[in-house]
Design a protein around this ligand. Structure first.
Ligand code: FES
Length: 278
């Protein structure tokens, strides 16, 4: 059992949860994830670690409320316990000193890119952060990003920021107009965001690492649920990734596999809602 230290709604539909997990907090690195079960009858879901405190032994994850398990998680309060927390899982993101790095995040991926931006900044790299939100009020952890970014670009569709438009257009514009080369792009968020970022950087051949988010079950390479094809080879995102070269991913297959349980997920959520809020 692991205790919930804090659970809060950051913006509509996106929450963060801080969990007491000293062993995970001691070892986790940017890019890794944990598997949690919100209750004893729940499914196992992967959550990318967005922050940690090695001294107090806690890890923080940001999640989008989308299916039954994330709805259950969003109702937990400080002091509640969850039966399963496993990790850290996956390979840490490759981080080395580079002149300029761009980190891109949307939705829960905004939280996921934070430790990367911090790690690159600590190494002395110039960090450009590109945030994808539908509207200004959906940009969470702004102050945290200001501390670890040299420049922040926001792709929002509400005309609050200078950079209106969807991420790939903004990314292409930045690549076109910048004099200094961007050495690496890293993206985390929904599959479509990852795909479009990889498409945008391909012509300029900029190394683009994407944190893939296929369905996972065990998270340790045993079930095969997270199978993806990268560079023509079969990989398992939980043990070979979740980071992969975005220019080598078989996106069509990934989109199809992510949809495998859509109907069951909707049925499950309807059933749970009827039972919980009769
Ligand atoms: Fe089971 Fe990756 S989640 S093999």
């Amino acid at each position: 059992m692991a205790e919930i230290i804090k659970r809060e709604r950051l913006v509509p539909n996106i929450h963060c949860v801080e969990i007491e997990a000293p062993e995970i907090a001691r070892k986790c690195q940017p890019g890794q994830f944990i598997i949690v079960m919100p209750d004893e009858k729940g499914e196992r879901i992967p959550l990318t670690v967005a922050d940690w405190d090695r001294e107090s032994g806690t890890v923080t994850c940001v999640f989008l409320v989308v299916g039954t398990s994330t709805h259950k998680l969003s109702f937990l309060q400080a002091g509640d316990e969850i039966p399963v927390v496993v990790g850290p899982l996956g390979r840490p993101t490759k981080i080395e000193k580079l002149n300029t790095v761009m980190v891109i995040g949307g939705c829960y991926g905004i939280g996921a890119i934070y430790p990367l931006a911090r790690a690159y900044k600590n190494l002395g790299s110039k960090v450009l952060t590109l945030i994808d939100v539908k509207a200004d009020y959906l940009f969470y952890w702004k102050e945290k990003f200001e501390e670890v970014s040299d420049e922040i670009f926001v792709s929002s569709r509400d005309y609050v920021y200078d950079c209106q438009g969807y991420v790939p257009q903004i990314l292409k514009k930045i690549l076109r107009e910048r004099k200094q080369k961007i050495n690496r792009v890293y993206a985390s968020g929904c599959t479509y965001l990852l795909y479009t970022c990889a498409q945008a950087t391909q012509p300029a051949r900029i190394e683009t690492i994407v944190a893939l988010n296929p369905i996972m079950v065990d998270g340790t390479g045993m079930c095969g649920a997270c199978r993806v094809t990268v560079g023509g080879k079969t990989k398992f995102a939980c043990v070979d990734g979740p980071d992969f070269d975005g220019h080598q991913v078989d996106w069509e297959e990934l989109f199809a596999r992510r949809k495998s349980y859509f109907d069951d997920e909707i049925q499950s959520l309807c059933y749970w809602e009827r039972k919980t809020f009769p």
